[in-house]
Design a binder for this molecule. Structure first.
Ligand code: 26Q
Length: 756
């Protein structure tokens, strides 16, 4: 009986696919290529979700619920198709369709180009939230930018990072819906007369056009929800092109606004201070807020309930201008009184901080803001003025304290201060991180507004990282504890009862081996390496699934200490050469370096040199291999993480705000080699010491102590530990390099890390 229903549904889907191939692409089934088939398949599948999508929107409208809006300059949703099929519990039907139509499911899935609209953790977290909000049927929406080019594609030419444009919009995207009716105009620059603030002239108008993406929640026993991710672009609005500038020979100025959403800024942790970035941030903020207000006005004739109906979370300070822009929209365009408006603002906004690195804290030149956003600048001045006034009324606040807390200081606007002042909550992304915010980074704010600070530890979506990425382990877990954990991950605790059972341990290890084999197969089939001219060559494996797979995949950054991993590999290399018997180890490295981050690029090159040196040594390569994977992204993560035995989470304690890769590995059964940092600490607490055997390194306080009294002396360490010294020496004695360019890079790493 059930089989018949399946068959019927699959047959219907087949018909739809054929229909789309013919009517939208002019192709018959037999001649359609894989990409065309992929697209037709998505068109057919998305029909199945439209009703739920619309119904959800209608229900929230009818019930007039409070909405949550997540504003973020970055989203990293990963591929849509595979995750959606899994969430819809449609895997079996889809496999049947593929069989009926003679297509390879894996190949079809791999035709989807991943939307890389983020740098790393912060963007992936944003997408994870949308997945959860959708699964939990909560009335929420994400707002971001539809970059024409997402994070660059990384190629490694003999270990040198070469950045190529990310062409995710190469083909028509079946997951986006252009919403012409919702286009919005955003204003930059302009002059207003002080007598008549309503008369604003000579401003520059930019049109933002939204595209909607369905974020499909998990379908448990009941029905499923679809949440909207709305991304703005300026590219597709013909009105953004300035013909007069073009005729005057200034193509750059003529096309500046059509190009505004062209590229994602690829440097995490580095404030760029660039004008186009500021315009991008404001575009997101203004277009989204106007959209939010429009939606509110459909149901209300005044703003009395606005603060009750709207909540806006800002993902780091990147959208913090929303505080000024909403204040402007309320007071200047909707007749709300200043004080009332300000009350509302603080109820509406919440601010998440993701980093303590000083160079990543956004500050804008006052003249730049005043020129591009004169109205908002004046509002920031007033907010600051009122804020400082209220501080002066407090006891024990001197002018030095005022200076430290001020939003505007020394010709700069501090976005984090604006965000804190305008929000009811400021959250760090793990316990330790929040403590550091309270005691160091935002100490003065904590002194005066302790109630604002809260720790909300990050999470990841077990649906993408376990349910979808590891169906084998999913099945095993579900056999033991049923399916509740797919929606509520706290239920995973029930697995405790099985942890010590030898049969369970064996079953688990069998699954791990299977995932390792799949991954190794993927490496052999797709894992190329490039020579100095960028030509690809097949990768050879010297180890098999008996080797420990030891993985560090994340953005390249000094604080994440990929260099420490490299030095450890060199030590293992030496030991093997000296005849020590070690378990074979396959070390996987992956991650992008910001294009301007020279040190990170040198460390990438070092890994290439180490990999090559190991490969050349027959004795070493029978026990050790290092593979540097190009272009680490969400899709690659889905393949690597389930296969990992060891998860490298070795940041300098106090620096990694939370980390989220750590959680993805742990839920796939890898052991964490980790420092006492970010969410590692809380993970260790809940998993307990017994199952967390590989903890190491200084704690955050010990590091602060060392920094304070200058007691970190690498030379002393080297003279006390000959094995470390021997490994470090390889950096400069020429045994890893083949040319002077490489040796110069390694020398710089050597001297910058040993001479202090
Ligand atoms: C800032 C100004 C101008 C241009 C770019 C930026 C910029 C962009 C991205 C600054 C920082 C980022 C990204 C930060 C990030 O990903 N942080 C990570 O956030 C994760 C989610 O909370 C945490 O788990 C990580 O610990 C944290 O490093």
């Amino acid at each position: 009986m059930e089989q018949n229903i399946y068959d019927l549904q699959a047959e219907q889907l087949c018909q739809k696919i054929k229909h789309y191939l013919i009517t939208t692409m002019g192709r018959v089934e037999e001649e359609a290529g894989d990409e065309e088939f992929y697209r037709a398949f998505c068109f057919a599948l998305r029909e199945e979700i439209m009703i739920n999508w619309l119904a959800g929107i209608r229900t929230y409208e009818k019930e007039n619920t409070r909405r949550l809006y997540y504003l973020s300059m970055e989203f990293l949703p990963g591929r849509f198709l595979s995750n959606s099929i899994r969430n819809l519990q449609a895997l079996e039907i889809v496999q049947l369709v593929m069989k009926k139509m003679g297509r390879d499911f894996k190949v079809i899935l791999s035709r989807e180009l991943e939307p890389g609209l983020g740098n790393g953790g912060l963007g992936r977290l944003a997408s994870g939230f949308l997945d959860s909000l959708s699964t939990l049927h909560l009335p929420a929406m994400g707002y971001g930018l539809r970059y024409q080019y997402g994070i660059f594609e990384q190629q490694l030419w003999e270990g040198v990072q070469v950045e190529k444009p990310d062409l995710w919009l190469l083909n028509e995207n079946p997951w986006e819906f252009r919403r012409d009716l919702r286009r919005t105009s955003v204003q930059f620059c302009g002059i207003s007369s002080s007598e008549e603030p309503k008369k604003f002239r000579d401003f520059e108008e930019v049109w933002a056009l939204p595209y909607d993406y369905p974020i499909i929640g998990y379908k448990g026993d009941e029905s499923f929800s679809v949440t909207t991710l709305r991304l703005w672009t300026t590219k597709e609005s013909p009105r953004n092109f300035k013909i007069q500038k073009y005729n005057a020979g200034r193509l750059d100025q003529a096309a500046e606004n059509t190009a505004l959403t062209d590229v994602l800024y690829p440097s995490d942790y580095h404030e760029t201070g660039k004008r186009i970035r500021l315009k991008q941030e404001f575009l997101l903020v203004s277009a989204s807020l106007q959209d939010i207000i429009r939606r509110y006005k459909e149901k209300h004739s005044n703003f009395d309930q606005f603060a009750d109906k709207v909540r806006i979370q800002i993902n780091d300070t990147h959208p913090a201008l929303a505080i000024a822009e909403l204040m402007r929209l309320l007071t200047e365009e909707n007749g709300v009184e200043w004080n009332e408006g300000w009350e509302m603002i603080q109820q509406i906004f919440g601010f998440t901080n993701h980093t303590i690195l000083h160079e990543a804290l956004e500050e804008w030149d006052l003249n730049l803001i005043n020129y591009l956003l004169p109205k908002q600048y004046r509002i920031i001045e007033r907010i600051n003025h009122d804020f400082l006034d209220s501080l002066r009324k407090k006891e024990g606040v001197d002018e030095e304290m005022i200076r430290r807390l001020s939003i505007i200081e020394n010709g700069r606007v501090r976005m984090s201060h604006l965000a804190i002042v305008g929000s009811h909550k400021v959250n760090g992304v793990a316990k330790l991180h929040t403590e550091i915010l309270k005691n160091r980074v935002f100490k003065d704010f904590y002194l005066h507004f302790p109630e604002k600070f809260t720790a909300i530890t990050n999470g990841v979506s077990q649906r993408r990282w376990l349910f979808n990425a590891n169906p084998e382990l999913t099945e095993w877990i579900t056999k033991k504890i049923d399916t509740g954990w797919i929606k509520d991950f706290s239920q995973i605790q029930q697995l405790r009862d099985f942890a010590g059972d030898p049969t369970c341990q064996r079953e688990f290890l069998e699954i791990k081996i299977k995932k390792k084999k799949q991954f190794l197969k993927f490496l052999v089939e797709h894992g190329n390496h490039r020579d100095r001219d960028g030509i690809q060559h097949k990768m050879e494996l010297s180890l098999d699934s008996n080797a420990l797979i030891d993985v560090q995949v994340k953005r390249f950054h000094e604080y994440k200490r990929q260099l420490l991993n490299a030095l450890h590999l060199l030590m293992v290399f030496q030991e093997i050469k000296e005849g020590e018997n070690r378990i074979p180890r396959l070390s996987i490295l992956g991650g992008k370096a910001a294009p301007t981050y020279e040190t990170a690029k040198k460390i990438l090159l070092l890994f290439h040199c180490i990999s090559r040196t190991i490969k050349k040594d027959p004795k070493a390569s029978s026990k050790l291999q290092l593979i540097v994977m190009e272009n680490y992204n969400v899709s690659k993560a889905e393949k690597i993480i389930p296969a990992a035995d060891l998860s490298e989470q070795i940041s300098l304690a106090g620096m990694e705000a939370s980390g989220t890769g750590n959680m993805k590995f742990a839920m796939n059964g890898a052991l964490t080699i980790g420092t006492e940092d970010g969410a590692n600490i809380e993970m260790k607490e809940s998993i307990t010491e017994k199952w967390w055997p590989l903890s190491f390194g200084c704690r955050a306080e010990e590091i602060s102590e060392m920094q304070k009294n200058g007691s970190y002396r690498p030379q002393d360490l080297l003279s006390h530990h000959p094995k470390i010294a021997q490994a470090v020496d390889l950096l400069r004695d020429g045994s890893l390099t083949e040319n002077s360019r490489e040796q110069e890079a390694l020398n710089e790493i050597y001297y910058s890390s040993t001479l202090r």
